[in-house]
Design a protein around this ligand. Structure first.
Ligand code: AMP
Ligand code: MG
Length: 486
């Protein structure tokens, strides 16, 4: 275990130089206090969880202090926002403080979000509000606990520094951890600004630091693209299987590592709705729940375009063609598990599609459905779940087919329940829960956000006494409008 002050830095991205990032010092926020910290994320830096209690902790993660070896820099990138190319984005309100090397030799980027203005802030104030910082914190640590690849969050600090959004709010900072902060948009930036040398430098950096196996291949850049396609197929399969809507799948919000990245107006589905649009500003539904699959492929094509500098277009096209079949295979596998099935059978895809179609017309809580389905023997579970469906004849026909499919498994209900509890969370980060703890935190009460974080860090465990966190949303919590203005 390490103390805060003896972290070891090795700032590889900073060493790429001024074409890639600009030196900027964090602008501290007033009277910082710790809102919440993640012991699991602290462990990634070998930090003792008790360190979060030190005064220095809030000081460091609110921009008041810096490690000697930190080299805070704002990264430049561009990207496609809602399908339209924006030539210059970059870290407008976040800084890469440096890369910490842990005892296992892993590099972790320390990125301070909400650290003030940078050359890439455009019209923005460089700040993040408490509300959005808490939302990113909760989601990062929760998705990780669900087994979904994601950036991580070390802590949130709050302040008295005022920030103007639709109304007056207060500034906060989030410390994000990721093995890399390189986005698809980094490649797009150097490609479209016609800087082939820098594009190559970026590519070599990514290959050496994050995809060393690809360097062994005959065509390292093609191998890299293939790997990114594969990782994204797995990632999006997880999102779709667990009902996660990202909300702003712009190519600058897509990580080269294939992890969930840059949380904004995200949501987990409460009642299943394939067409759900979680981003209040997404008028056309470009980033609706079911569109996430084709949009991920669209973004991969945008990345592929930038890689035409290194690879024949036909080879890239072929690699891109792997996305859908790989996605389908991952998704099927995850959904089979969620249904408690232990093997694959011919009609599984249709069985899953029929279930989702039946859910679509009903009032079925997507998370609780699967948990309840495993908690009793199929016959009893199905009889209880039936009442949430509208097409009862359709449901009965599906239930009969599902039961017949389950009968092929001879492990017994006890094993089935244990298996299903391991993949079907009892607790999910519902928007209304986030909203409740945000309102408390805005009043200075951090108890609720800490408790919710603790519950969501063990989403598959029963956690007696915490059942209220598994409840369906109240009427007010069903249609919360979450916009990009964070
Ligand atoms: P996002 O919607 O958070 O992915 O941000 C899109 C772009 O806008 C990125 O370049 C951000 O750095 C920038 N940005 C977002 N909010 C702010 C802000 N409050 N101040 C400055 N830049 C911002
Ligand atoms: Mg972004």
């Amino acid at each position: 275990m390490k103390s805060l002050t003896d972290l070891t830095f090795d700032n590889r991205f900073a060493r790429l130089g001024d074409a890639f990032s600009t030196e900027v010092l964090p602008e501290p926020i007033a009277e910082p206090r710790l809102v919440v910290a993640s012991p699991a994320a602290m462990a990634l830096l070998d930090l003792d969880p008790a360190e979060a209690e030190c005064e220095e902790f809030a000081q460091l993660f609110a921009g008041h202090k810096l490690w000697h070896e930190a080299e805070p820099r704002a990264m430049v990138y561009s990207g496609h926002q809602f399908g339209v190319y924006n030539p210059r984005l970059g870290d407008g309100r976040g800084l890469l403080l440096g890369e910490v090397v842990n005892a296992a030799g892993e590099h972790w980027d320390l990125h301070l979000k909400g650290a003030g203005q940078t050359p890439y802030s455009r019209m923005g104030d460089g700040r993040a509000v408490l509300r959005s910082s808490i939302r990113e914190f909760l989601a990062s640590e929760h998705l990780h606990a669900l087994g979904i690849p994601t950036s991580r969050a070390l802590c949130v600090t709050a302040s008295n520094t005022p920030v103007w959004r639709e109304k007056k709010e207060s500034a906060a900072m989030l410390l994000r951890l990721a093995r890399s902060h390189v986005r698809f948009g980094h490649f797009e930036y150097f490609y479209y600004t016609r800087q082939p040398e820098q594009l190559k430098q970026l590519g070599e950096h990514v290959l050496h630091c994050h995809f060393p196996d690809c360097l062994e291949q005959e065509q390292p850049y093609l191998a890299l693209f293939r790997e990114v396609v594969e990782r994204n197929a797995a990632l999006i399969a997880h999102w779709q299987a667990y009902g996660f809507c990202h909300g702003v799948m712009n190519s600058d919000n897509m990580s080269i590592l294939g992890i969930t990245f840059d949380y904004g107006p995200y949501a987990f589905l409460d009642d299943f709705d394939a067409n759900h649009i979680c981003n209040h500003s997404d008028d056309s539904g470009r980033y609706s729940f079911s569109n996430q699959v084709p949009i991920a492929q669209w973004n991969l094509a945008a990345l592929g375009q930038a890689l035409t500098a290194f690879v024949e277009i036909e080879a890239l096209r072929e690699a891109l063609g792997l996305f859908l079949p790989l996605y389908q295979a991952h998704y099927l596998d995850l959904m089979r598990r969620r249904l408690g099935l232990t093997d694959a059978a011919e009609g599984d895809e249709a069985l899953i599609q029929r279930l989702l179609q039946l859910m679509q017309g009903g009032a079925v809580d997507y998370t609780n459905f699967f948990r309840a389905l495993g908690d009793s023997a199929p016959e009893q579970a199905l009889a209880r779940l039936r009442e949430d469906f509208v097409d009862l004849a359709g449901f009965d026909a599906w239930a009969a087919d599902y039961q017949a499919r389950c009968a092929a498994d001879d492990g017994g209900q006890k094993a089935r329940r244990a298996r299903m509890r391991g993949v079907n969370p009892k607790y999910i980060l519902r928007n209304y829960l986030a909203q409740q703890v945000i309102e408390a935190a805005e009043q200075g009460d951090y108890g609720p956000v800490r408790e919710l974080h603790a519950v969501l860090s063990r989403p598959f465990d029963e956690q007696p006494g915490m059942e209220r966190y598994a409840e369906r949303p109240p009427e007010w919590g069903k249609h919360l409008a979450i916009s990009c203005s964070s």
